[in-house]
Design a protein around this ligand. Sequence first.
Ligand SMILES: [Zn+2]
Length: 325
Amino acid sequence: MIVAAVLFTYAILLSTLTPRLLRGAHWTERAPRLGIVVWQALGVSALTAAALAGLALTVPTVRVSADLAELLQACVMALTAQYASPGGAAAGAAGAVLTLAVLGRTAWCVGHSAVRIRRARREHREVLDMVGRPDTTRGIVVLDHEEPAAYCLPGRHRRTVITTGALRVLDDDQLEAVLTHERTHQAERHDAVLAWAQALTHAFPRVPLFRTAEAEIARLVEMRADDMAAARSGRLTTAAALLAVAGGRAPAVALAAGGSTASRRVRRLIEPCRPLSRLRIVAGSLTAAVALAVPLLVVGGPAAAATQSNYCPNGTPADQVTMMR
Ligand SMILES: [Zn+2]
């Protein structure tokens, strides 16, 4: 019961406090990829803690043994002891409902989102193949449209789309910056990163952590792609390219070079580059690792301690085996 309470409290605190502490943190803009990893780790940690809290209520701790028969018998005896009382049975049932709700809702929303996104991308790709002109030299699809826009449809049958309006206003270096931006989205599978964050928000819309993480990750993947473009084409060239295509619209299932965050990103590229120090990168990586490990350590600690303890109400199976001999 204590393990479940600790995990549940941890999940609540993580879900409510970290968005206030981390939202819009400047250090994430200085190391966008690390920021993405930290937000993802926090989300997975909260989800794991909630699921394990339910599991800890449902399944009592038993002695861990290499002897399968002994382990099973210990499990049965511990379960029988817990569910013999109405309070124990109610707690066990509540824990089972919590775990199944968390895992089931997550799996359903992730699966549903994947199917919906795949269908929408396929439909848009079919339209592109009909109305777009492939430019095999640059590896892009050119769309006849006055509005300067650039976006990519990620996935196995990826497409990088540039409008004729964008080709008219971008010089060669700026076009290269835009293409590097889009290739980064594709190479680092930012679509999958975003789809996971969106699915968690859809599954648990009232959880502040998931809502904030989705917005922050959407901002940070763009900054990460900007950084890769800037490393190749220069920060000012990338900023100018972004300005040129900032107003361009893109389908909801695509990753655009412009978008609502473009003005902040342009300012960021114009400002002096201040990469995060190695020490702070290590600290951020450790934070992500600790966040992922905490729920497992909370559950694993008592389980490990149980290997030295007797949790069976009527003696351990080993004792009974000894007596039978
Ligand atoms: Zn982008």
